[in-house]
Design a protein around this ligand. Sequence first.
Ligand code: TXA
Ligand code: MG
Length: 334
Amino acid sequence: MSKAVSARVYQPTPRNLAFLARRLREGELVAMPTETVYGLAGNALDAGACAKIFRAKDRPADDPLIVHIHAVADLEQVAHANPAALRLAKKFWPGPLTLVLPKKASVPSLVTAGRDSVAVRMPAHPIARRLLKLAGLPLAAPSANPFGYVSPTTAGHVRQGLGRRINYIIDGGSSQIGLESTIVDLRRPEKPVLLRPGAITKAQLERTLGRRVKFRRRAVAKATAHGGQLAPGMLERHYSPRTPVVLHAALGELDHLAPREAFVFMGRPPRAQRPNIFWLDRRGDLGGVARRLFATLRKLDAMNFKTIHVELAPGDGLADAINDRLRRAAAVAR
Ligand code: TXA
Ligand code: MG
């Protein structure tokens, strides 16, 4: 395991972006910032490049990739759109929304893990947009982390996780949103299904579509929502630190807290000066919580606590997305 770090971190200068767009056209991978999380990008129309993505991440071949495009007009290149999809695209693109639609033959089946549908997103981050434009290609880009670990929200996170497996990382600072995109299945436009909650909420989708969007919250979610603890292995391993994560409906009394356990609040709690007390946003603002969640889990994971206790976010909307990631972080079988 002594393989050296091969990745170089590039500043997003015009010259560097032109060079990296060329590398993408030649079938190489580039980790790029997006407004949600960093993505590991490769030419979505090149099965060879996409195979490298799966290898670099150790991603199982049955987990399909998201295809990123530069303009709404490019959607037709990779997917069969429908009026509902176009309505959402016009409202929320560029932005943190991924649409699942019937795929076109141009997309290699490797990208979609053999499915006849493809997930498509038009990111808002100016550097991702510049790179897409310069490359002139749709880019397949899953989150730029080893499979199963917490998604990266800085170039440093990407380097930590994939620095020995890739060559090119663009530094675009901290991701603005901090959680992966909302994914909605629009293969049957009259029956839209929310597959992954994100910064664009179910209510926003419903308002724009003028119909209900189904979200089958997994049974296990209900247990934790009422303060119950999640049994290991009940959800797929995902977004997970190595340290066990235990969720709480609310963290209150701090008197009997063990020093080797970390406690993570949404907002700054009273008696916050203890070294094992953390919070995600001073005022408990959920936008700030989302932005700092993954970086905080990573930081705490490196501090060798026995357990990380985390309070669930109150309410719905963005709280649904935050709690979804927390539940997955807590779900690892150990
Ligand atoms: O915000 C994001 O979406 C980030 C940035 C980089 O754009 N990307 C991201 O990709 O989160 P990833 O690989 O971590 O998540 C992709 C997920 C898959 O795990 C799968 O759940 C879903 O997207 N997906 C992809 N293609 C699909 C399809 N055809 N049908 C259903 N779900 C699909
Ligand atoms: Mg991922």
